[in-house]
Design a protein around this ligand. Structure first.
Ligand code: 13P
Length: 247
């Protein structure tokens, strides 16, 4: 039985003082051991939010990381910086980073490997554009993203990765994939994991759905066979997040 994982992706929202307020408010409601709950916060908010959630069941996550150990990479954050600050999870390859910051399957692959080396749990994102969906190439495209993003990772390590299926047309649009649409792709992701890394890995790996998850649709989405929780954007910044976690 896979444990559900529900992560908030705060994106570029909340100054450090605002982040402390939000984390304090949410902590009251979402500190549970029934599911893994993660706050993925902007880099500058990691330390103060970590202080707020210390001693709770809520885990700390980052939204990005660089694939080198250290050095002349102005503006980047290293894996050791994250682990030293108490971070357990890191979102990698979010579509916004692919779209605006030139992230590719190759850089995502390097980052996933580096995160695993440091004991961080990568939340690796994938998902198609509306155009790709209309062209009928969603499954092909997502399968390729999975194979390339996880290329060269052993079956033993691949199960430590969390995959987030986020159709780009559903992100921040209020247009959620139906539970059947989401399940179809999450099932296909599990199938490709099985083909490449074996059936045992396919059964163990956790796959989230993301894209306009809210208090109303969470229960139905998370009840699907291959959906093991959600990666939540807008609704993770509000009290509503408690209803998603306690779906
Ligand atoms: P929304 O929940 O705001 O659609 O964002 C989804 C997302 O991108 C989470 O990573």
């Amino acid at each position: 039985m896979r444990k559900k994982i529900i992560a908030g992706n705060w994106k570029m929202n909340k100054t450090p003082s605002e982040a402390v307020e939000l984390a304090k408010m949410l902590k009251e409601y979402v500190d549970t051991d029934k599911a893994d709950v993660v706050f993925c916060v902007p880099a500058i908010d990691i330390i103060p939010v970590g202080e707020v959630i210390k001693g709770s069941n809520i885990a700390l996550g980052a939204e990005n990381m660089y694939f080198e150990e250290s050095g002349a990479y102005t503006g980047e954050i290293s894996p050791a910086m994250l682990t030293d600050a108490g971070v357990k999870y890191v979102i990698l390859g979010h579509s916004e980073r692919r779209q605006y910051f030139a992230e590719t399957d190759e850089t995502v692959n390097k980052k996933v490997k580096k995160a695993l080396e440091h004991g961080l749990t990568p939340i690796m994102c994938c998902g198609e554009t509306l155009e790709q969906r209309e062209q009928g190439i969603t499954i092909d495209f997502v399968r390729t993203q999975i194979k390339r993003g996880l290329y060269g990772i052993s079956a033993e390590d691949v199960v430590k990765v969390v995959i987030a299926y986020e159709p780009i047309w559903a992100i921040g649009t209020g247009k959620t994939a139906t539970s059947d649409e989401a399940e179809e792709v999450c099932g296909a992701i599990r199938a490709v994991i099985g083909e490449v890394w074996g059936q045992d890995a396919a059964e163990k790996i956790r796959i989230q759905y993301g894209g306009s998850v809210n208090a109303k649709n969470a229960a139905e989405l998370f009840a699907m066979k291959d959906i093991d929780g959600g990666l939540v954007g807008g609704a993770s910044l509000k009290e509503e997040f408690k209803d998603i976690v306690n779906y």
